[in-house]
Design a protein around this ligand. Structure first.
Ligand SMILES: Nc1ccn([C@@H]2O[C@H](COP(=O)(O)OP(=O)(O)OP(=O)(O)O)[C@@H](O)[C@H]2O)c(=O)n1
Ligand SMILES: C[C@](O)(CO)[C@H](O)COP(=O)(O)O
Length: 221
């Protein structure tokens, strides 16, 4: 069986409000994205790495690779205007029977164990996504009326999200919809049942400035 990792780094990081997109910011002496690629390169599964980058940032990435002497092999693919299109561009480049893990470039603390377990579970069940149970109480606000949800039924979704290529290809033939906020929601639209694997609380997504500070602290511990 062949294995691929699609690392999506085609976003502009508006919520981070830094001039340099967050995937290139320095985290413990190394750009965020290099930590993420290293995690996949250190996994036992050894997937082929497809890196999705905005066309305008590919020259900058090549310069960073030289500056940091970063030599992990990877193929660069053009990003799209939404995460959906960035993933789709990469899925379109894969043609052999395989399992594919999709991971946010801005989740640099993912462990090699989680990566390997995701591939194993996906191979057994067709798909799996990493997610953690909510530790806060949760409410839904609809039409200005709030109501409590059952906390033990709520999972906060992470990446990797791992699928057989066959189902991914079919899913990414669909037209984009605004509720497609991750790959599981795209695959689920084909009536596929999505399997959850316990994720890692450290596997945070760098979204706001405080997340980068948190990631620094977590890497030190
Ligand atoms: N058109 C896009 C949008 C997002 N991403 C990637 O998807 C991941 C999760 O997205 P998010 O955290 O929302 O990143 P941004 O879109 O960059 O951030 P923001 O929404 O704050 O602008 C990131 O690794 C981001 O680079 C992508 O590859 N292509
Ligand atoms: C894919 C994801 O990280 C799962 O939690 C999340 O949905 C990405 O959302 P964003 O708004 O693009 O950061």
């Amino acid at each position: 069986m062949k294995y691929y990792a699609i690392i999506v780094a085609g976003g502009s990081g508006n919520r981070m409000q830094t001039e340099t997109p967050k995937q290139f910011l320095i985290l413990k002496n190394l750009p965020v994205l290099m930590h993420t690629i290293k995690a996949f390169a250190q996994s036992d599964t050894q997937p082929k790495i497809l890196l999705v980058l905005n066309k305008d940032q590919q020259g900058y990435w090549r310069r960073l690779c030289d500056e940091f002497n970063f030599r992990i092999p990877h193929e660069v693919i053009d990003g799209g205007t939404e995460r959906f299109y960035s993933v789709k561009n990469a899925v379109d480049c894969i043609n052999d029977d395989s399992f594919v893990a999709i991971h946010d470039a801005v989740r640099p603390l993912v462990s090699k164990e989680l990566i390997d377990n995701c591939f194993k579970r996906a191979e057994a069940f067709g798909n799996v996504i990493a997610a953690v149970q909510s530790s806060d109480s949760v409410r839904m606000l609809r039409n200005e009326k709030s109501s409590a949800l059952r906390r033990d039924e709520i999972y906060l979704v992470q990446t990797p999200q791992t699928f057989s290529l066959k189902i991914l290809k079919a899913a990414y033939q669909q037209d984009f919809a605004s509720h497609f906020t991750d790959d599981a929601s795209v695959v689920e639209a084909l009536n596929e049942e999505i399997n959850i694997l316990e994720g890692e609380r450290n596997n945070i997504k760098i979204t706001y400035p405080i997340d980068l500070e948190l990631a620094e602290l977590l890497l030190r511990s």
